[in-house]
Structure formats: C-alpha cells, structure tokens
Design a protein around this ligand. Structure first.
Ligand code: CTP
Length: 401
C-alpha cells in the first residue's frame, strides 16, 4: 500500500467525469489512504453522495451545515486535516471561481483554507478547455502553486474527440504516489540556500543594492523543506518570511556577512542552492557619517566582494552538491555553461531577463537548468513556487544518481 495513512480530501465538482471519482476513491482507499469526499451541489447531478460515502467509508459533505441539528462542516479544519486536496474532476465553473477567490460552497471554502498542496484534474469539453478564459484560468491556478494532472486526449462525452477528459483515476493515483514519494526524498539531508539581494553600505543611510526580492530563493527553501530536507537560508534584506519547522534563517545585509554565514554552514551542508543576487562590488570606504552634498560629481571607489559561490564550489567535497544561478542578458547559455565550470557547480539555473514575467520582482519566472555532460532542462513560464518544485525535482534526480 503506497498511501498508507495518508489523509486526502477529494473534492468532486459538476462534470460528467464525476462518475470516475467513484473509481478514484476506491483506488485511494485500496492504497491505504483515508479519504474525505466533498461535493459541489452540481456534482450531485452526476453521482450520488451515497456511492462516494460507501466507497470512502466516510460521510460526504456538500453544505456548510448538514442535517436539522445545524452541525457545521468546518472547512478550516478540513483544510488543516488534509495532507493533500485533490479536485477531480475540476469543472470550468469551479476553476473560474478558484481564480477569483469566490467561496459560495464548501469545496471552494475548503480550497481557500487549505494549507496543503492542491492537485487539480480538470475535465471539460474540447472547446471549453481551449477557450482563452479557461486557458488563462489554468495558468492562474498554476501560478497560485496548484499542481495540475493534465486532462487526457480521447473521445469526450459530447462525442467530440480531443483533449479534455479527466485523467484516468490510475494516473491520478500514480501522480499522488510520486508526489508523496518526493516529499520524503531529501529527508536526512541538510540544505543551504542563499536568497535575496545584498546591500553594500556607502554611508549610514545609503547603499548599493539590486532589485532581487528573494522570492525564488525562499520558494526553493520551502520546496526543499517540503521534500524532507533540513534547510538553512542565508537571506539578504527582504520583506519575506518563511515559517516551516525544517527551515531556519540567518538574516544578513552585505556580501561579506553572507559569505561568513555560508562559510559557517557549508561544511555540514549536502545541498547548497545559491540563488542570492550578491553584489560583486562594495565601496572601499564606508563613511561613518552621512556624506554631505559637495561639488557636481563625486567618485565612489569600489572593491570586489568575495565570490561566495566560487569559494563554496572550490571547497566542495564528495557528497556535496552545489547549484548556482545565472542571470544573463547576452549569450545566455554559453555564459551559464562557463559559470557552471568555473564555479564548480553541479547544476546552474539560468534566468532569462528577456522573457516577459521572468526575473526580479515577478511571481513568475522562466528558467533553464543546465548541468554537466550537456544536461539541459527548459521550463516554461511558471509561478516561482511551482518552478521551485521543478528545480528541487531536478536536484533530487541528480543527487540520487
Ligand atoms: N555569486 C556569489 N557571490 C558573488 C557573486 C555571485 O555567490 N559575489 C553567485 C550567485 O548567487 C549565483 C552565481 O554566483 O549563484 C552567479 O552569479 P552572477 O552574478 O550571475 O555571476 P558573476 O560571477 O557575478 O558574473 P557576472 O556578474 O560577471 O555575470
């Protein structure tokens, strides 16, 4: 049994594919999971709650309050109870509401309160799936960090042939087993993540900085922790916070402070992901009091900062895995390949600033991961959170090999 003891909320929405939910519940229970089924009112037109409650061995919930006693079905508790929420089938209607944050039934209220990963398996007719609003909505929920089990191609209920049928229950269960397996794949490993910008002081009130927000690094730290690793983040100045029992954070300001913190942690680190946008230079002199305006031009002399990544790459021992980042505007791949070699990285994540929606400040990013022996894996524009899982997945494949 691959899902022994797993706590799963399965939400069924109004789609003809709801008949497959019965089989899905059976398979999940057979794999050892505890399944609580929620239905939207529209789902009742396609399958009865009795079927799903019999198969799941749990009451099926649809309304906020059930029976004459006015007993409340607490969606917050459900959202906290679940280790994963699967919405299968996901109708175009519920998809649209998820994007807008509409909360007019128990499924949507639970979705909004769920802290666990959410897996969606859309099902709709060919033209509905291809409609620009549906495509846009699917993109939006992926950006929110939901996980998509792609609909399959075949004959649809309408008789049309094409993409739109819900993934087969076996496929969804396989996806889930792989998903949980990944959650533990880094247990027992320690990871170090650098994130955010560094600020190099000019005087007590001014600094040299950059536009990095730290979102990518924090998302990677979260994905590493979700995969079971003990993670230490060395973070430059950001507004971000990360609450996770396996994540600790050292907050630093300058490149030299970041260097010192990394030096301290690296010897006991197995996986280092260096996503910080470290300032290459700092002012030679840091004025003790505010520099007063004088003359038309002033000169600021800069000196090189330590290259944290290159130094860690140099110190790397067998059993340690180092992932660097590259932000390039020209000759992207060639430059990234060069950095991979000179800094002794095992993988390098290449950000392209040319793509709309990618890079500093955005919630989305578009990257290519490159490695030794001409390894290249290109990812489409995605939410940084989802991309973080893809990057960690790539790391896991390499660490394991
Ligand atoms: N890096 C670092 N310390 C530095 C500079 C960079 O740890 N002082 C790391 C970054 O976190 C990233 C990688 O090195 O993982 C590449 O950073 P990038 O700024 O693209 O490379 P540089 O070596 O600074 O090269 P250049 O600015 O000339 O492109």
């Amino acid at each position: 049994m691959n899902l022994e003891g797993r706590k799963i909320v399965l939400a069924v929405t109004g789609s003809i594919a709801a008949y497959k939910s019965a089989h899905l519940v059976r398979l999940l229970v057979k794999e050892g999971a505890t399944v609580k089924v929620l239905m939207t009112p529209a789902a009742h037109d396609f399958i009865t709650p009795l079927t799903l409650s019999t198969l799941s061995k749990n009451p099926v919930l649809t309304a906020f309050s059930e029976g004459n006693q006015g007993e409340w079905n607490n969606h917050v508790e459900l959202g906290l109870w679940a280790e994963v929420m699967i919405i299968a089938p996901l109708s175009a209607n519920t998809l649209g509401k998820m994007v807008q944050g509409i909360c007019d039934n128990l499924v949507l209220a639970t979705y909004l309160s769920a802290r666990c990963p959410v897996i969606i398996a859309p099902a709709m007719d060919l033209d509905m799936l291809q409609h620009p609003s549906t495509l846009q909505n699917l993109e939006a929920v992926a950006r929110f960090g939901n996980h998509l089990v792609e609909p399959g191609v075949g004959e649809l209920a309408s008789g049309l042939i094409g993409k739109g049928r819900m993934a087969e229950p076996e496929e969804i269960v396989d996806y889930l087993i792989a998903f949980f397996r990944q959650q533990n794949r880094l247990s027992g490993k320690t990871a170090l993540v650098t994130a955010g910008p560094t600020h190099e002081a000019i005087d007590p009130v001014r600094f040299i900085g950059n536009n990095s927000t730290g979102k990518m690094g924090y998302a990677i730290a979260e994905a590493l922790a979700a995969s079971g690793a003990e993670v230490h983040v060395v973070s430059g100045p950001t507004h971000l916070a990360l609450e996770h029992p396996r994540v600790s954070i050292t907050r630093v300001t300058s490149a030299r402070e970041m260097y010192d913190a990394c030096q301290q942690k690296f010897p006991t680190t197995q996986i280092a992901v260096l996503s910080a946008a470290v300032a290459d230079y700092r002012p030679v002199v840091q004025a003790q009091s505010k520099i007063k305006k004088s003359g038309e031009n002033i000169k600021l002399e800069l000196t090189q900062n330590p290259d944290i990544a290159a130094e860690l790459g140099r110190q790397k021992k067998a059993g340690q895995f180092v992932v660097g980042f590259a932000l390039e505007t020209d000759n992207e791949r060639a430059n990234a390949e060069k950095k991979l070699a000179t800094k002794n990285f095992d993988l390098i994540v290449l950000n392209s600033l040319r793509d709309a929606g990618a890079g500093f400040g955005h919630d989305t990013n578009k990257v290519t991961v490159m490695g030794k022996k001409a390894f290249v894996r290109e990812f489409p524009l995605k939410s940084k959170k989802q991309l973080a899982y893809d990057i960690v997945d790539t790391i896991i494949q390499h660490v394991g090999s």
